[in-house]
Design a protein around this ligand. Structure first.
Ligand SMILES: [Zn+2]
Ligand SMILES: [Zn+2]
Length: 264
């Protein structure tokens, strides 16, 4: 029996996937993807994420508001802690900083990020960090807030080795998405070769960022296999070993997630 893959970051409740969910889940199964983490990006849509995680034992949920979400409800620490009490919630996020999409005074984004880190520390649940064109501030705030107490993952990693090293030093994991398969991503592939095996995760960020050879199409958890194959090649190990390692890492980091047994 081949080792099973885990998609550590996807958005199954987004329309492109939700409208086709039975097929999407069947494709995942057939590609050897045993577990998925459906990541929350708004409070308004959180009930959809939780419903999926309650319906399917191999789908887990997280609670958070994405840094690009400027208009929706911006929860307090207490609200985040309360929402994270749901038995299927294994992480806080996605949260972080994104200076690419929105410009101007980013104090509001940084305040929100700090509230998520504090909620993670209260609940003991790890963080899912999104960072884009904001690596220095992201690392600085993680340090200032003592995020090393709970750890987490730098999701859809696209930064250089210095940022990876700083995140690793805080006890964080590094997750690679389909971007690592893109033709122009040679420097990211260099980073992917260097991340210690016990800190490595794979993800799709579906429905976005489909890996080669499906680039530009709707992404889905089944395609995490292409990410895993790329990483296995880069690191000179078998796909089976890569799958085993990243799935074990997933359950070490997201310690509230219970794996389903084979045949469940
Ligand atoms: Zn993200
Ligand atoms: Zn995401």
């Amino acid at each position: 029996m081949a080792a099973s893959l885990t998609d550590s970051h996807c958005h199954l409740n987004f329309e492109l996937l939700r409208n086709n969910l039975p097929q999407v889940l069947q494709n995942a199964r057939e590609s050897g993807v045993g577990h998925m983490l459906c990541v929350g990006v708004t409070i308004e849509k959180l009930p959809e994420v939780l419903a999926l995680a309650h319906e399917y034992p191999n789908i887990f949920a997280s609670v958070g508001v994405h840094p690009d979400e400027q208009l929706g409800h911006d929860p307090s620490i207490e609200e985040l802690v309360q929402l994270a009490q749901d038995t299927r919630v294994v992480a806080i996020g996605e949260t972080g900083l994104d200076y690419y999409r929105i410009k101007g005074d980013m104090t509001w984004q940084q305040d929100r990020f700090r509230r998520h880190i504090r909620a993670a520390c209260v609940t003991g649940k790890p963080l899912i960090i999104h960072t884009r064109e904001a690596a220095a501030d992201t690392i600085r705030i993680l340090k200032e807030e003592g995020a090393d107490r709970v750890g987490g993952v730098m999701h859809c990693f696209t930064e250089g080795w210095d940022t990876a090293r700083a995140a690793l030093d805080l006890g964080f994991y590094i997750s690679f998405s389909g971007i690592v398969t893109f033709r122009n991503a040679e420097s990211l592939r260099d980073v992917a070769r260097q991340v210690p095996a016990d800190r490595l995760l794979v993800e799709t960020d579906a429905p976005y960022l489909a890996p080669a050879p499906h680039r530009g199409k709707t992404n889905e958890p089944a395609f995490v296999r292409y990410v895993a194959e790329q990483l296995a090649t880069l690191r000179n190990i078998s796909l089976d070993e890569l799958a085993n390692t990243t799935t074990n890492n997933f359950f070490s980091l997201f310690h509230d997630a219970q794996p389903i047994g084979i045949g469940d």
